[in-house]
Design a protein around this ligand. Structure first.
Ligand code: NAD
Length: 368
């Protein structure tokens, strides 16, 4: 039986449409090679949707996403829409409502520094002779950002402010299952990051991690306090395979990880929602870690790799086509090893071939 999946394609603004075009070409190629197909519903989002319909997330876009197995997202925003009221600005009005509508509770961000790009990492190169490849799994819908009560009041004659860090066990269980399953598809090592020496939520987190580990006997689980994790990430990023943590810690650690990777144009991300019954697959939204890069939009020079790797993550986590995902990851790594560079990752070394967006995708396609 032929394997067909439905995806919603939301290219958005700035470099979004440029890099999306290239990622769809790569998707075409793996479909032909691995014998499956995708039905694509192309929809407006962000500033492009504001211009056409007056709203950054039109109803048709939401309903196309609801009818899909996954959303492949470009990026939204730009100077043109910055003076609009916050609620209808591209990011606030489209990205956040999409995350909420689809209950996207797990954020997966790989921090990859390929061996030939270690010069771009601020980590001392002798510490990362072979680069590194870490996956950060962050809980996205719970914890102190959403806990109640939160507020501000007057106590003993001075203002106080408070937030509540709260986690239900079921919330911890579901994010840990995502992380363990991801580790199963990689190096089978999971570090759970908490602050169990101080925080009650972290004690429950750690207990739950130990419980869920029994479902995944092949995965080696270890624990780090978040302050130590932040240090180890800059000292020995290559010692990590997958790390999993709660919302606030993950917000900080995933940005630290992107920074040490050195090149924003290379980093994809996934936000996962409902699990498809009886499988380890999830409905998900896949997008580059960077934004719409208005400074280089329309010039054909953006690095398409973050978008291409976002499509690979979609194949892995939502469509269940891991061989095609592996093929894309390998072709990208070979393209970089062979010296192809867009402006954001170029050093000017004579071994490099300087390319634009489409030629970078051509080089990846030639290595698939
Ligand atoms: P940005 O990530 O768009 O750009 C930061 C820098 O990285 C720029 O110099 C840009 O040229 C470069 N860069 C980013 N992606 C690149 C790529 N693929 N290839 C080469 N260079 C790349 O962040 P910003 O400048 O802070 O934001 C620009 C706009 O994007 C804003 O409107 C912001 O709101 C929006 N934004 C959107 C998202 C999203 O859609 N998820 C995320 C972040 C920012």
């Amino acid at each position: 039986m032929s394997r067909t999946y439905r995806i919603a394609v939301l290219a958005g603004d700035g470099i979004g449409p440029e890099v999306m075009t290239e990622s769809l070409r790569v998707l075409d190629a793996v479909e032909a090679k691995f014998g499956f197909s995708t039905t694509r519903s192309t929809q407006l989002v962000g500033g492009a949707a504001i211009d056409a319909t007056g709203h950054p997330l039109p109803k048709e876009t939401i309903s196309a996403c609801e009818q899909s197995d996954a959303i492949l997202f470009g990026s939204v925003g730009g100077p043109k829409w910055e003076s609009l009221p916050p609620d209808i600005q591209p990011e606030r009005g489209a990205l956040l409502p999409l995350r909420k509508h689809f209950g996207l509770f797990a954020n997966l961000r790989p921090g990859v520094c390929l061996p030939s790009l270690t010069h771009a990492s601020p980590v001392k190169n002798e510490l990362i002779p072979h680069g590194f490849d870490v996956l950060c799994v962050r809980e996205l819908t719970g914890g102190v950002y959403f806990g109640t009560p939160k507020g501000r009041e007057e106590r003993d004659g001075e203002p106080v402010a408070f937030d509540t860090m709260i986690y239900r066990k079921s919330e911890i269980q579901r994010i840990l299952r995502v992380a363990f399953a991801a580790a199963m598809g990689r190096g089978k090592r999971l570090v759970s990051v908490d602050k169990a020496n101080v925080l009650a939520t972290s004690v429950l987190w750690r207990e739950t991690a130990i419980e869920i580990a029994r479902e995944f006997p092949e995965v080696t689980l270890s624990h780090l306090y978040v302050d130590n994790a932040a240090m180890q990430l800059v000292r020995r990023p290559d010692s990590f395979d997958v790390l999993v943590t709660e919302n606030l810690f993950g917000d900080i650690l995933s940005d630290e990880m992107a920074m040490i990777s050195g090149s924003l144009g290379m980093l994809p991300s996934a936000s996962l929602g409902a699990r498809k019954e009886g499988t380890d697959l999830y409905f998900g939204m896949y997008e580059p870690s960077g934004g719409s890069a208005p400074d280089i939009a329309g010039q054909g020079i953006a690095n398409p790799i973050a978008q291409v790797l976002s499509a690979a993550m979609m194949l892995r986590y939502s469509l269940g086509e891991p061989a095609a995902a592996d093929a894309i990851d390998a072709a990208v790594a070979r393209t970089i090893d062979d010296g192809f560079r867009t402006g954001d990752i170029a050093t000017g070394a004579p071994t490099e071939t300087r390319v634009g967006t489409a030629a970078m995708a051509d080089a990846i396609l030639a290595r698939l």
